[in-house]
Design a protein around this ligand. Structure first.
Ligand code: AHR
Length: 620
């Protein structure tokens, strides 16, 4: 067996080829990269975020001695009109203390012996009489006190109070406990606890260990804030259920209206656009913000063309926010927030996986307006998920018609698919829009998956004339809040781990190839088709997204002529119809599909479900 190297060619310049993609999915932000340790700090959790949630999620009563407390969530005279709920504690009893405790994320609030934690909250009393509150870090059973401080609340108007707590213990399951020995009412909001040490010591900062794991990748860019998170939502800017509107995410945290996160939880937006830009600068990655285009493909919400201007203005204002000077409205805003110098901004993405004509129609308006004012900004068009078939081609057509700089391709496929598609970009032409491979992953975090991704990435490097940007997805996952699997990096409230896929990304980002080697393998035999035609597994049909209805499903064995009819089926989300016991052979599958809600597509799984290497083919 021989490996023969024929030629050695200089690579094209890889530019910004490998970067990262941040989406607040799997509690990547709150309970993840964002260092806030208190869950539901502003009592804004709501069933709209998740039907299990309510304003007191993650909060529990504390009652010692004969003291009792009534906890109610109120709205009158709020801290800010964007942050309408607050907690009212009514303490009764004179021989004890009562109040409330926060449970944090995962097993609780992680504290380390000797480390400092910055506590702050807004509070007011219902009279001019001051109230003393005890702020403590305690073990989950309330038996051990790791740190304690007193705060005197002196005002009947909202006022911010802060103290530093130094923990005497290491405890990953502690609680933040707020109590008082005095009877009467006290009102609290924006209860916050940050480790003193955040990444680069930023105020309202990021968790150091996770941020350093990302920094170690040395990514050339960071795509943010999503994903489906960007376009999933209503068209109203001031709605809790709105699409991701960047202007709602800057300024003092208590003035940022929270948002329903489409991955079924609550998003504080404490990690907002200013923090994203800051983080990109800190890790030396170029920011790639992705903006909604006024079209929600999941729910078919569409901004009429004549009302599109504010959405386009959002894009123009964002560029001004990042790059504008003191005489511009949004540049001045950035300066006021603490960043006098411009942030580097070279790319902007419009839309994420927006399949459908309404998107392409709207994209053209964005593209024209941005290029007119900022000709040097590179604009990324969206091609829809790879699975969407003809829609995907439509994305390329739009990109060519508009002269988009990039087309955002996404694919989640099996390791075999990646290996088989190593040559995917070989025939892509220089001069066409470049590929932004904005999301990709094989189906697992095993060594084998990582190796298949590495093989595929050599194909990206080889075709750097056509592929300009690429990032694995999703990136972060809190082990106790998994909405998507696999992911690049896994963490809990105090530990963080890179997967084999992470180390592949790190290898490629830290050591971009300079030369391509033309290699031939000699002496390997091609595997033969098995003689006994074994059962190779099941074929499963399932909708890719939304609800799909299939009927007249017939599978014909082309070798034997044998036909199998299947009943009509409706599948929602990831439900599937299984066509069992398909033997090795040549098949034809025909079916009719009725579009019932949004884009239609289906997946065919070849191979046994429990076989990690089963092959998935997606069509739309
Ligand atoms: O990466 C997870 C999700 O996959 C993204 O939000 C979306 O763009 C894609 O469908």
């Amino acid at each position: 067996k021989k490996l023969i190297i024929h030629t050695k060619q200089k690579q094209s310049d890889l530019g910004d080829l490998f970067g990262i993609f941040f989406e607040d999915l799997n509690h990547a932000a709150d309970g993840g990269l964002y260092a806030e340790l208190v869950q539901n700090r502003s009592f804004e959790f709501d069933p709209i975020d998740n039907k299990e949630y309510h304003a007191l999620t993650a909060w529990e009563k504390v009652e010692h001695g004969d003291s009792k407390v009534n906890m109610t969530v109120e709205k009158e005279d709020p801290l800010h009109s964007n942050n309408v709920h607050y907690l009212s504690l009514n303490v009764i009893g004179t021989c004890g203390r009562a109040g409330v405790k926060n449970l944090g994320f995962n097993s609780g609030i992680p504290v380390k012996q000797g480390n400092n934690y910055l506590f702050s909250f807004y509070a007011r009393t219902d009279s001019d009489q001051s109230k003393v509150m005890t702020v403590a870090l305690e073990s989950a059973d309330e038996k051990d006190v790791h740190a304690v401080q007193k705060i005197e609340i002196t005002a009947s108007k909202w006022k911010r109070y802060e103290v530093t707590l130094t923990s005497s213990e290491t405890d990953n399951s502690s609680r933040l406990v707020l109590t008082t020995e005095q009877q009467g009412n006290v009102y609290i909001d924006m209860v916050s606890l940050f480790p003193e040490k955040t990444y680069k010591d930023r105020h309202n900062g990021l968790r150091k260990d996770i941020a350093e794991k990302l920094e170690a990748l040395t990514p050339k860019f960071m795509r943010f804030p999503g994903g489906c998170l960007v376009h999933d939502g209503s068209l109203k800017e001031d709605d809790r259920n709105s699409m991701y509107r960047w202007k709602n995410t800057i300024g003092n945290v208590e003035t940022r209206a929270p948002r329903r996160n489409n991955w079924h939880y609550h998003q504080t937006l404490g990690l907002g656009y200013y923090e994203y830009f800051q983080f990109c600068e800190d890790i030396g990655a170029k920011p790639i913000p992705i903006l909604p285009a006024g079209y929600d493909p999941h729910h078919q919400r569409i901004v009429p063309i004549e009302e599109l201007k504010p959405w386009i203005d959002d894009a123009l204002d964002l560029i001004e926010f990042a790059t504008g000077g003191s005489t511009t409205e949004w540049g001045a805003k950035r300066m006021e927030l603490g960043h006098p110098e411009p942030f580097e901004l070279e790319y902007i993405g419009i839309g994420n996986e927006e399949v459908g004509e309404p998107f392409y129609e709207r994209y053209a308006y964005f593209h024209k307006a941005i290029k007119e004012r900022y000709p040097d900004i590179k604009i990324i068009n969206s091609s829809g998920p790879f699975a969407a078939g003809s829609e995907y081609e439509r994305g390329w057509k739009s990109a060519k018609e508009n002269n988009s700089d990039f087309v955002d391709e996404h694919y989640y496929q099996s390791a075999e698919w990646f290996l088989a598609n190593y040559h995917r970009y070989d025939d892509f032409r220089e001069g066409d829009p470049k590929v932004f491979l904005g999301e990709y992953a094989t189906g697992g975090n095993t060594y084998y998956n990582a190796l298949a991704e590495a093989a595929f990435m050599t194909g990206l490097e080889k075709n750097a004339h056509a592929v300009g940007l690429a990032c694995y997805a999703p990136m972060l996952c809190n082990v106790d809040y998994v909405k998507w699997d696999p992911n690049l990096i896994w963490f809990n409230n105090h530990e963080v781990y890179g997967t084999p896929n992470y180390y592949v990304q790190k290898l490629f980002m830290n050591h971009q190839g300079d030369y391509g080697l033309n290699v031939e393998l000699k002496g390997f035999k091609k595997q033969k088709e098995p003689k006994d035609k074994p059962i190779v597994g099941n074929i499963k049909l399932g909708s890719i997204r939304n609800t799909s209805h299939f009927h007249d499903i017939v599978v014909t064995n082309k070798d034997t002529g044998e036909k199998k009819d299947y009943k009509a089926m409706t599948c929602e989300g990831m439900d599937h119809l299984t066509l069992d016991n398909i033997k090795w052979g040549n098949y034809e599958l025909s079916l009719k599909a009725k579009k019932s809600d949004g884009p239609l597509g289906f997946k065919i799984y070849f191979g046994h479900e429990d076989d990690k290497n089963h092959f998935i083919w997606e069509i739309g």
